[in-house]
Each structure stands twice: as C-alpha cells, then as structure tokens.
Design a protein around this ligand. Sequence first.
Ligand SMILES: *Cc1c(COP(=O)(O)O)cnc(C)c1O
Length: 383
Amino acid sequence: MKKIQMVDLQSQYRHIKSKVDFDVINVIENASFINGPSVKSFQKNLEDYLNVKHVIPCANGTDALQIAMMGLNLKPGDEVITADFTFAATVEVIALLNLTPVLVDVDLDNFNIDCNMIRKAITSKTKAIVPVHLFGQAANMQEIMKIAKEFNLYVIEDNAQAIGSKIEFQTGEKVKTGTIGDVGTTSFFPSKNLGCYGDGGAIFTNDDNLAHKIRGIVNHGMYERYHHDVVGVNSRLDSIQAAILNAKLPHLNSYNKARQTAARSYTSALSNIKDLLTPNGGKLCSTICDNCDCHVFHQYTLRILNNKRDGLAKYFSDLNIPFGIYYPIPLHKQKAYKDSRYIEDDFRNTNLLCKEVISLPMHTELDEDQINFICEKIRDFLE
Ligand SMILES: *Cc1c(COP(=O)(O)O)cnc(C)c1O
C-alpha cells in the first residue's frame, strides 16, 4: 500500500509535471514575474469557470477577505457576523479593520453557520454576514441571502475551502459558491482544492463598481499610476503561481470528483459504527449525492461521540495514520477574540464539535486500499 498522507501533492504534481514545468519556465524566461500574461489569463479562465463577471487575483485568501471588506466601505464599529467554527483568518480580518466580529454557532449536521443564530445576532449595527463554506460544503445560501435582503446586509462568502461547489436554487438554477453574495473570496494555499505552489488568493464579484474599487485597493489604492485615491495594500498573485493555477484549473472538476469518490468510499466503509457519525451532506442534500455538487470535500470530517475522539487520534498517531483536528478551539474562546457579550450557551454546537471532530486523509490521489485500511482501523478501535 502507498504511504498514506493527509494531502498528497507530490503524486498530483507528477500527473501534470510536464505542463507545469514548461509554463513556469516560460514565466522565468520572459521575466514576466509581476502581473504577467499568466495572471491575466488565469483571471479570465477563473471568471469563465465560476461564471462570474469579475475575478481579482491577490496574494492569499486572508488578504482576499480583508480587501473584500475594505471594498464594501465598512466603518469601525460596524458588526460583521461570522461562524464560531472556522479557521481564524475570517474573524482576524474583521478585527484588523476595527470592525466588530460577532461569532455565532453552527449547525451540527453540516458544520456551517446556523441561520437562526444569524437572525438572533442581528442588531442595528450589523452590516455584513460572512458565511464560510466549511470543509467544502456550501452553507445555506438561500436562507442567508434572504436574511441579508431583509436586513440590508452585505454577504461576503469565504469560499477558501469550497471552490467548484455548486448550489441548486429552488428555481433550478445552479450557481457556484463564492458568486452568490455581494463578494466572494478564495485561497490557493497548496492544500486547498485548487492550490498553487505557494500563496495565492482571489476575490470574485458580479458588481462592476465594487470590482473596480477592489482592483485599485489591491494595487496601493491606484486607479491611475501614482494617483492614490484610497488607502490600499500590495496584494498580488505572482505570475509563476498564476501559471501553475492555469495548468491545474482544467483539472479542478476531476479533482473535486476524486474527493467526492473518496468521500463516498469512506462513508460506505464507515456505516453502522457505534459513536461515529459520517458527514451526511447536510440539509442541502440528504445524502452524499451523485449528481449534486454542493460538497467538494476539502475535508472529510467525522464526529466521534462520547469522548472517544482523543483516543482515536492517539490510536491514529501510533499507527502513523495522518489526521487533522479542524478545529480544536472555538473562536469565541480564543484569547484574541473573546468578548464579554458572548454566552456559552449560545455556542453549544461549536463547543461540542471541537471535542468530536476528526478529519481523515483527503486528497485527489487516495486509493481504495488506503481508505479501507483507515476504515478497518477505525472499526477496530470503536467496536
Ligand atoms: C485557508 C483559509 C483561509 C485563508 O487563506 P490563506 O490563503 O491561507 O490566507 C481563509 N478562510 C478559510 C476558511 C480557509 O480555509
């Protein structure tokens, strides 16, 4: 059996090596390191893939969130609602911009922001909601857009973990996550579903004015060379990373399919085990379905009940099976983001999930032998 890795980027690279190597060397030979042709073509290719009017590439997914918020003219003290159970980048940029983060609980069955808790958290100062499509699964955008409309709030989708995932609206229309709210962001961190070989990120919007504003912000607030109209940042996707992303983007759908196939194998091998819950695809689809793409499995995350998670983690470590605990501590309990207004009882699900979740190896190169091996060991431990 091939050595099991949490993410196997080396094997993935081997399949596309000749194209990647040729395109990277081409950037170097042309010395088109900054804003070269590969950046322009990647922008266009991603706009086509996502079916969105504007993609603005930038340096990483955290910058993408910050710049998206800068583009929306939010003012210090404005409240921004986001999930308590996510990676810290989301709440970090809210705080950095002197906005007030308002963390809310998530749903137990899909780990995404709980729409009832969003409603409860809205005040006269609330200006935006930041849903995170966690672990690759679309948040309930239908309901979130309804709430946003009702209370006149911006929606910024953190799509760092879910690029390529699609939501089918009641009208039958299928829309990719990240293109539904006012603005969406993503990360091309190497292990993400579409990863480059370093740092990278992008912002998406269908709003022409916002896109124009954001294009200036990523470039020192310049709309005309050496005219600084707004306070900006320097946040660029470099040309080498764009060349790599151009080589990988045509494979993104098959990469996501490979993840979904691995997820289905895990789910069938892990059925009927005591104290174990497989991800069920949540409320948007009742099973991990064949034809719907609302979950692209950035992570395959189990809930291990009755305080057995840490024991399983230890067992995995002893057997050299890689795993991840995403995330071990709720954001509202992190020193940097504590707020006296929070009541523990409002975070029952996040508090529970932080003790129960464990993510299994998930990438495009997993094979059935590896999956069966991992699942047998889980069964041995729990039964
Ligand atoms: C990875 C990630 C980010 C940050 O992306 P970077 O490119 O590492 O800055 C933001 N939000 C979520 C949910 C992520 O998973």
